[in-house]
Design a protein around this ligand. Structure first.
Ligand SMILES: [Zn+2]
Length: 708
């Protein structure tokens, strides 16, 4: 390692509290400290900001971070200050006096990192000010905003090439968490980064479980998803319209969750307040239009749910990427149905954009629909879109965990398509389904469509099943929506081989209502015996966060608290070893955390690697409950409780006679019997149980066996 990188490693440890660089962080930092440019594509949660923060602390002068996210600058700067770093921001939220003071400190070289909004940076006065300063580097965050094809396009971003022209000696780094090839090319050319070394990290977010669920009643399904998997977790729910946002936020509140709306129709003040509560309180759900969340820096968002279909895979990836930035398990869940497809298709067709733009939007929507309908691994399909190779099955998406059933939908598709064709391609889905099901009331009869050859030919499927057939036909491009025809369905060229019988079509079977199963629950990362300490440390964190006026995760991330619980450090030197504990934090509140940990000593009995359910029993046993009482409390059988205790006996944590209350003579007899039957019966207890005329509980026998 050269001197520069040794120093980088020291800063990583002493300031940020981490032992190792991740992904390509080290290589990126090396480029910058050597005075070169870099272009970094790194997934959310990959540690993008360290790529410029570490060199900013190593190089002389101030690092200028360009970010479009004014609302977040305060938090980013607060987090750096907690680490003892001299950081500041300049944006429209400051008074003239405050801005002046920061500019003064800037000129006096008292600031290491300065966050600036692009419009502010491009201001001639600001540029002139920078010419009077020593600059270490420019970091252009959220660089995909430069792309006029993207959903976050900012016109000021395209003018940022001026930085290269005005400050040719200052190294630049552009960063983004999402970019397909087209966007990458645009970033390089718009920002004149042709000389930059490009670092493409894997876009995979292995800790996120992807699920896209189809069918009716998305609201109920959303609630089932949240209550089964994330009963106390913070999350984001995306909806398409403001009205829907309000309705869902109210509804979730009625279910007992703290759910706050966020959309452009609310006042700046209300939005600000709701966002602050989301960041600073635990377990808040934000219900938002896509206006919310770009660059949200909250690491412990445990789920992102979509009640509407994003317009592109980039948007889907970016929005779901806000879950699990701390690397702990998180979910990306989406409800998807026929109406979404109809709405988006219509939306695209009615768009007033120019043809070239429309074509790109259209292709992006096609890819998104493809991801929804894919029968194989979602992660594989997602990464493939970003041109990244991956295993064929990830084992952590809905299609891998519960493979969808396929069926030969050729005949059904033919019936649906010819019904649309024969009725003149003037009607919507519900009308066509009425014809297929042979419902002759009302308009069908008036129009004489009860005379069509396809009238009543579809009774083998229920109405909801026909809706899934139409959804897939639209998603797969066999049907388009007539832009002038008020939602009328038209068949496309693609239908010909299918209607002629030259092609077959596999369709995805309608998923039955998902049953909540235990294995789908998020694994609880905290052991039952650690829960009191976990709660205490979280409370301490909240208290300190309020004192310093920062969100709780700025004090310590969940993962850091969890490591404290595992290791239970009792002196500063031990706490120092924990990932996420840097010098500044150790000094500021290390003692308070050590003191809190000291209040919750772990008994010898509970200091084990046995399963959670065994430990729940052991906790009750330690509190003096009898086996029968524990069985009642835990709604199980005494023999199950005994078998838990047997596990503890087996590893020498409990004394067998104490647990079973057997007189030692009886114990000896049972031991003899077990040993005499050991050979042929291979450790099975049934013959022992029978030999004693069922006098002893199976669980008691298990305890004796475990003691041998
Ligand atoms: Zn998968």
């Amino acid at each position: 390692m050269n001197d520069g990188m040794t120093r980088a490693q020291q800063i990583l440890q002493s300031t940020f509290g981490y032992d190792n660089f991740r992904h390509s962080q080290a290589a990126v930092i090396e480029q910058l400290i050597d005075g070169n440019d870099a272009f970094v594509l790194m997934p959310t949660g990959g540690g993008k900001s360290l790529c410029y923060q570490v060199p900013a602390l190593m190089l002389n002068g101030v690092a200028i971070i360009v970010s479009p996210l004014i609302a977040l600058m305060q938090d980013q700067v607060d987090a750096l200050r907690q680490l003892g770093v001299s950081a500041a921001f300049l944006n429209s939220s400051l008074t003239a006096g405050e801005a002046n003071e920061i500019e003064q400190r800037l000129v006096n070289s008292q600031i290491d990192l300065l966050y600036v909004a692009p419009e502010r940076l491009l201001n001639p006065r600001m540029l002139a000010l920078l010419e009077r300063c020593e600059l270490s580097l420019f970091a252009i965050d959220e660089a995909h905003c430069v792309s006029q094809w993207g959903h976050d396009f900012r016109v000021e971003y395209q003018q940022l090439k001026i930085l290269h022209e005005r400050f040719p000696q200052t190294p630049r780094i552009a960063l983004t968490a999402t970019a397909d090839q087209r966007t990458r090319d645009e970033i390089v050319s718009q920002l004149q980064l042709e000389q930059a070394q490009v670092f493409i990290n894997s876009f995979d977010r292995p800790n996120i479980t992807y699920a896209i669920s189809e069918g009716n009643n998305p609201k109920q399904r959303l609630w089932r998803f949240i209550s089964d998997n994330h009963p106390n977790d913070a999350g984001i729910v995306y909806c398409l319209s403001r009205k829907k946002v309000e309705a869902i936020a109210d509804w979730l509140s009625d279910q007992g969750r703290v759910a706050l709306p966020y959309h452009a129709g609310l006042s700046q003040q209300v939005r600000q307040r709701n966002q602050q509560r989301f960041l600073r309180e635990e377990g808040v759900i934000i219900v938002a239009t896509i206006a919310f969340g770009m660059g949200i820096d909250k690491p412990d968002v445990r789920f992102v749910a979509h009640l509407s279909l994003p317009k592109s895979i980039e948007a889907y990836y970016q929005e779901t990427g806000r879950a699990g930035r701390d690397g702990e398990p998180a979910s990306a869940w989406m409800a998807y149905g026929l109406q979404d497809v109809l709405t988006l298709r219509q939306f695209m067709q009615d768009s007033t954009a120019d043809e070239a733009h429309k074509r790109v939007e259209h292709q992006k929507l096609e890819s998104m629909l493809g991801l929804c309908e894919v029968i194989s691994c979602r992660r594989h399909a997602l990464l493939e879109y970003f041109e990244e190779e991956s295993a064929a099955a990830c084992g952590n998406c809905d299609n891998c965990l519960r493979p969808p059933e396929k069926w030969d939908g050729t005949v059904a598709a033919q019936k649906a398509l010819s019904t649309a064709y024969r009725s003149g391609q003037r009607f919507g889905v519900n009308y066509l389904i009425d014809i297929l099901l042979g419902k002759s009331e009302g308009r069908v009869q008036q129009n004489g469509h009860d005379q069509l050859s396809t009238f009543g030919v579809g009774t083998e499927l229920a109405q909801s099943e026909w809706r899934t057939v139409f959804r897939q036909l639209i998603a797969l491009g066999y049907i388009t929506i007539d832009s002038e025809g008020f939602g009328a369905l038209r068949i496309t060229e693609k239908c010909r081989p299918l209607l002629r019988g030259e092609q077959t079509l596999d369709l995805r079977k309608q998923t039955k209502e998902e049953k909540p199963t235990r294995d789908r629950k998020q694994k609880n990362t905290v052991r039952p015996q650690d829960e009191p300490l976990w709660e205490a440390l979280r409370a301490l964190r909240t208290e300190l966060a309020a004192e310093f006026g920062v969100p709780p995760y700025v004090i310590f991330h969940d993962a850091t608290l969890q490591e404290m619980i595992r290791i239970r450090p009792n002196k500063a030197a031990e706490l120092r070893q924990i990932s996420g504990v840097g010098e500044q934090k150790l000094q500021r509140y290390g003692q308070q955390f050590i003191a809190e940990i000291g209040k919750f000593p772990l008994s010898e009995l509970l200091d084990n690697r046995l399963s959670d359910t065994v430990n729940e029993t052991l906790m009750a046993y330690q509190n003096g409950s009898s086996v029968e009482e524990i069985a009642r409390q835990r709604e199980t059988q005494p023999s199950t409780v005994y078998s838990h205790l047997a596990d503890a006996i087996g590893v020498g944590l409990l004394e067998v006679l104490e647990v079973t209350r057997l007189p030692s003579r009886e114990y000896d007899q049972i031991v003899l019997m077990i040993e005499s039957m050991a050979g042929e019966e291979n450790g099975r207890l049934k013959p022992v149980f029978e030999a004693f005329d069922e006098q002893y509980d199976y669980g008691v026998l298990k305890c004796v066996q475990a003691s041998l």
